[in-house]
Design a protein around this ligand. Structure first.
Ligand code: HXC
Ligand code: NAP
Length: 291
């Protein structure tokens, strides 16, 4: 079996509705397609109405399950309430939320304006807060043990230069995930988890973070022990597992899916992979006082 194959062999989300922010492109679209294939009704939301409608039609035609596109900006709390209202009209109930929408760009931090920080933090952190609060309050008042999955990145905990607004925002989302997993887990049975992907080629991320002009200088797969980038279906498989009842005891966890990238680049001696066998022999002799 290949790693890019769908994981579940039965419609484990039949009768459930999953709302995915940023669900019209990239990883959000891949998750939408897989949840729909697994029997869920899916609501996708982002700012581009035409794209949402196209994707909803395409996926629904392929799977036979309904997909609804609702255009909205995650930064606008009032608009988020409207999305939930419409989602309930279409589907009756919403059981799961995937906070996947993001904004990001590369830049030396000293070149950024305060509005540049605001744009990214508004989408990533405030947007996640807006949806989590809206859905959380709805679940609590209707006694529904909902599930939230937040898409973060590994630099949420390592930090990183050149995408500092995103690093700050994703770190906030990680803190939100762990905090509410405890508070709402105990009181209401609501689970929150996160996925931290390494590089997965999507147009949205690649055009902004690894544009053609930089790709020859920084090949992301070179930084990864498994020497390849991720496949969207691998991420969709993990998301489906974490949102499913099979993961009912997983709460407050962040699962990294990066081929070992962040550990390789954090480990002090990992660059020693460049040392040849001959040199290792010499080093051994030297340490034993033979040369
Ligand atoms: C410096 C920039 C900038 C850039 C925008 N700004 N782009 N500053 N370098 N490249 C500044 C603007 O000058 C402005 O400040 C402020 O940010 C707001 O810009 P707007 O264009 O008005 O913002 P908006 O229309 O809201 O667009 C948001 C966006 C945009 C984040 C700037 O890129 C976007 O819509 N992105 C959505 C999709 C996306 O980013 N996908 C990638 C996710 S990938 P001033 O002061 O001039 O007004 C990801 C992967 C992580 O997260 C890990 C990978 C391994
Ligand atoms: P993407 O296709 O650009 O996805 C981002 C989505 O967010 C888009 O659909 C975009 O749609 C939506 N969005 C942005 N601003 C919004 C707003 N204000 N309101 C509503 N929706 C908004 O990129 P991606 O690679 O699939 O990223 C998906 C997630 O994975 C993000 O959380 C990202 O940080 C994370 N991630 C990706 C990688 C990677 O290598 N690809 C690595 C680590 C983490 P509109 O522009 O139409 O609004």
């Amino acid at each position: 079996m290949d790693y890019n194959q769908p994981m579940f062999d039965r419609p484990v989300f039949e009768g459930k509705t999953i709302l995915i922010t940023g669900g019209g492109s990239g990883l959000g679209k891949a998750m939408c397609a897989y949840f729909s294939q697994l029997g869920a009704k899916v609501i996708i939301t982002s700012r581009r109405e035409e794209l949402l409608n196209e994707v909803a039609e395409e996926i629904s035609a392929a799977t036979g399950y309904p997909v609804y596109g609702i255009p909205s900006d995650v930064r606008d709390a009032r608009a988020v309430s409207e999305v939930l209202k419409q989602a309930l009209e279409f589907c009756g109930q919403v059981d799961g939320l995937i906070n996947n929408a993001a904004g990001n760009f590369v830049s030396p931090t000293e070149r950024l304006s305060s509005r540049a920080f605001e744009a990214v933090i508004g989408i990533v952190l405030q947007g996640t807060i807006n949806y989590t609060l809206e859905l959380g309050k709805y679940w609590i008042s209707n006694k529904i043990p909902g599930t939230v999955l937040n898409i973060i990145t590994t630099y949420a905990w390592t930090g990183t230069g050149y995408t500092v607004p995103s690093a700050c925002a994703k770190a906030g989302v990680l803190a939100l995930t762990r905090s509410l997993a405890v508070e709402w887990g105990r009181k209401y049975g609501i689970r929150l988890n996160a996925i931290a992907p390494g590089p997965f080629p999507t147009k949205g991320a690649w055009d902004r973070l690894f544009p053609e002009s930089l790709r020859s200088m920084f090949d992301p797969s070179e930084r990864i022990p498994l020497q390849r980038v991720g496949d969207k279906q691998e991420l969709a498989n993990l998301a489906a597992y974490l949102m499913s009842e099979y993961a009912a005891y997983i709460n407050g966890e962040v699962v990294t899916i990066d081929g070992g990238e962040w550990l390789e680049n954090g480990g002090q001696f990992n660059d020693f992979r460049h040392i040849s066998d001959d040199m290792w022999d010499q080093l051994k002799d030297m340490h034993r006082g033979k040369s």
